[in-house]
Write a protein that binds this ligand. Structure first.
Ligand code: NAD
Length: 730
């Protein structure tokens, strides 16, 4: 017999249900939990029935470091539509036990000692009171971020605790993860105490409510209970509710994000019926998500792939972790200023060097501005601001770079200038300093020719704005050694960003693949596709920004410059540059003086504050809209396939090293639709309108697009091989 995952302990009239699965390092909602919890609660209820006076109350606690890790995602991602009934029964059985606990007639308190996310918090929500230990761990219902909904009672109970609007907006739809103090502020927990006082606080609460029958019930089980803020039929809510779905649609720009839709439906429908019916409705909506593909895509990316990257999956083995204490940032422009900020934020000393002290100080002023805002909002103190700014030293003097153990160069994009700067700084910084460049287009191997230690040279490619964008692309040149790759990864993790590692190649991974997307979208203009359809196809496919809008942001002049440099390089290597129709579009727009937002005009007009006004009226004349418009699904798929196919080529050519890097890099760096789980997961999990799923279905669709739109959609050999062998990319 397997050991129980829940221990039933009783002392001094208090029953402690200790969740402690002996077969795992963390508690999850697996079968052992389900059976053990059911048995323990049945024992409790029996004991209350036979000898109720001997029990003052119940504590639910954990024997692990975490309180409870939630559902077993690995198992759940294997679910198919055929499993729907079984999953529904399983969820209902887990929930029936919690409902039994909640209505056992004795006061029940959750003692939360560590992370309680998803299912963990749902267990706690079925208790009448929640005490949490102080700590840096997280509490919340982040299901939406994995394409799920809190179907263990999370929707039903939070709606009844906080009302529809606050539950949806504050907890369910965005799925924020909160520290205990924030959870207390939100009302998700009732008390936060020192970790070693946790069980005593739980017991004290039980003692304090002896004789208070109400304390042993949930508000929604009391007579006369009404949902806070009103039921959907109340006049106040009835005005708002019809706008909810359209607001949601607007927020996700028409993309078919299923989790928020189901969460909203479960919340609103559930608010109109009794608790048990609401709970069943919630289970149905959860099952629909679990057996669907979107949850699998999102969980692959945001749980498994991100987890693997955060655990150092791409870090070369056997190399000691490296800690950087003094960073030289060269160039205090837009990128340098941001890099200085994020490095100082992580506690590193920063020497910010530019050609003049004035320019360097301007770069530091960027940090001052960001910190002033945080101070204004009460998120930091003057003392912390002073300390933070004290770590950034602006300078125009190379001598100040003495003692630096890391260099991040962000001067203008020029090989000669970068060579010169590295030549000047190399003798001054530490003899083993890691040498990084933030170049977005120049080959790392070529830049490394300008230093004496090319093995210590590496690309550390940030995205703009640096303080907000989570991704950093680390680029290994031909001579970069493993210790340098590991060191760069350590730096990126220290500044709390997500690193991917790629090998040197034109455009690296991110710039190269986003170029395909832009080319595909802009070429549609030359085919007579209506401009609004192009941008709508992108956002409805799940990209955060339309192609024309993105091109305006990226700047057409810059795109042209990069193209000319690439063409020159290709021709210098004896190759032939193959032009694409997008080039004519870019050139025509530049001729019109419309190079993008920076110029105040591009595909769109902008007002004096840089705010988008409307589509340029002259566009219809330049690129007349054809009488016959292509299938809208083709437009969406062309944009997705342009990125995914080129990502396969990156794997094939060894530019990319791992599938997690491909998925996370594409979502965090270049806006690949999160609901598809990243550029490679989109292939593994490709879903046709008639419900076929997988690599083969994707490959056939690529061949279809190739026939209709050109050979750029022909599946690369690696894809054909996977399809033939019935394999996924892993
Ligand atoms: P920028 O023009 O805003 O800043 C460049 C700074 O470098 C200027 O302040 C300039 O005075 C300074 N500089 C020039 N010569 C110098 C020298 N000899 N010593 C010290 N400082 C010098 O440019 P940026 O947008 O910050 O880009 C910087 C680098 O980052 C480029 O290589 C660019 O390709 C790369 N990059 C830019 C972006 C982006 O979105 N802008 C994104 C990723 C990478």
């Amino acid at each position: 017999m397997t050991e129980s995952a829940v221990r039933y302990e009783k002392a001094d009239g208090i029953v402690n249900l200790v969740i402690d699965d002996p077969s795992q390092s963390a508690n999850t909602m697996n079968q052992a939990y389900r059976d053990s919890m059911e048995k323990a609660v049945n024992q409790l209820v029996d004991e209350i029935a036979s000898d109720g006076d001997s029990i003052k109350g119940v504590i639910v606690s954990s024997g692990k470091k975490m309180f409870f890790a939630g559902g077993d995602l690995k198992l759940m991602t294997q679910a198919t539509p055929a499993d729907a009934d079984d999953i529904f029964e399983n969820i209902e059985s887990i929930k029936a036990t919690l409902r039994k606990l909640e209505t056992c007639g004795k006061p029940v308190v959750a003692a939360i000692n560590g992370a309680a996310l998803g299912g963990g918090l749902e267990i706690a929500l079925s208790c009448h009171h929640r005490v949490a230990a102080e700590g840096g761990y997280e509490i919340g219902l982040p299901e939406a971020t994995l394409g799920l909904l809190p179907g263990g009672g999370g929707v039903t109970r939070t709606v009844r605790m906080f009302g529809l609007q606050d539950a949806l907006m504050g907890i369910l739809l965005q799925g924020p993860r909160m520290k205990p103090a924030q959870a207390l502020e939100k009302g998700l927990v009732d008390e936060v105490v020192a970790p070693d006082a946790l069980l005593d606080a739980a017991k004290a609460w039980i003692e304090s409510v002896q004789g208070d029958e109400e304390a042993a019930t949930q508000p929604w089980d009391r007579k006369g209970y009404k949902i806070p803020g009103g039921a959907p039929s109340s006049p106040k809510l009835a005005q708002f509710l019809p706008a909810f779905p359209s607001n949601l649609r607007k927020q996700v720009k028409g993309a078919d994000f299923r989790a928020p839709k189901n969460i909203m439906a479960a919340a609103v429908e559930g608010a109109q019926v009794d608790f048990d019916t609401a709970s069943r409705i919630e289970s149905r909506y959860l099952v629909e998500l679990v057996v669907g593909q979107q949850f699998k895509n999102m969980t692959q990316a945001f749980f498994f792939d991100l987890g693997s990257i955060n655990a150092g999956g791409s870090r070369p083995e056997g190399i000691e972790p490296r800690k950087f204490t003094k960073v030289a940032v060269l160039g205090a422009g837009m990128m340098g200023a941001g890099i200085a900020y994020v490095s100082a934020k992580a506690g590193m000393e920063v020497v910010l060097k530019d050609v003049s002290l004035e320019a360097a100080e301007k770069g530091k002023a960027y940090s001052e501005k960001l910190l002033a805002k945080q101070l204004e909002k009460g998120r930091t103190t003057q003392e912390k601001v002073d300390e933070f700014l004290g770590r950034i030293k602006p300078t125009d003097d190379y001598a100040d770079l003495e003692g630096c153990d890391l260099v991040v160069e962000a001067v203008f994009e020029s090989v000669e200038l970068k060579h010169q700067v590295f030549g000047e700084l190399e003798p001054i910084v530490n003899a083993d300093a890691l040498l990084g460049s933030n170049t977005s287009t120049l080959p790392i191997t070529e830049l490394a020719e300008g230093v004496k230690r090319p093995e210590d040279f590496i690309g550390i490619h940030f995205f703009s704005p640096v303080d907000k964008m989570p991704l950093v692309e680390i680029i290994a040149g031909e001579k970069t050694n493993d210790a340098t790759i590991a060191g760069a990864l350590d730096y990126v993790q220290a500044i709390k960003k997500t690193p991917i590692v790629v090998n040197d190649s034109r455009g690296f991974f991110t710039s190269r693949v986003i170029g395909q997307f832009v080319n595909e979208g802009l070429s549609m203009l030359t085919e007579g596709v209506a401009p609004t359809s192009i941008d709508r196809a992108a956002t409805q496919a799940g990209f955060p920004t339309g192609v024309l809008q993105l091109s305006d942001e990226l700047n057409l002049e810059l795109m042209k410059k990069i193209r000319i440099a690439s063409k020159t390089a290709v021709e210098a290597e004896g190759g032939t540059w193959v032009p694409v129709p997008a080039e004519d579009v870019i050139d025509a727009m530049i001729d019109e003086g419309r190079s993008g937002r920076l110029a105040g005009k591009g595909f769109f007009d902008y007002d004096e504050n840089g705010k988008r006004a409307g589509l340029w009226e002259g566009l219809a004349e330049k690129f007349p809209v054809a009488d016959e418009q292509p299938d809208f699904r083709d437009l969406k798929d062309r944009l997705i396939f342009s990125m995914s196919l080129d990502t396969v080529r990156c794997l094939e050519e060894g530019v990319l090293r791992t599938v997690p890097d491909a998925n996370i890099g594409s979502i965090f760096g270049i806006g690949f639709p999160p609901m598809l789980g990243g550029a490679i997961q989109a292939i593994n999990g490709w879903e046709t309108p008639d419900g076929r799923i997988g690599v083969e279905a994707f490959t056939e669709r690529a061949q279809e697009l190739a026939q209709k739109y050109g050979e750029r959609f022909e599946p690369p050999a690696l894809l054909l091989e996977k399809a033939k062998n019935g394999e996924k990319f892993a």
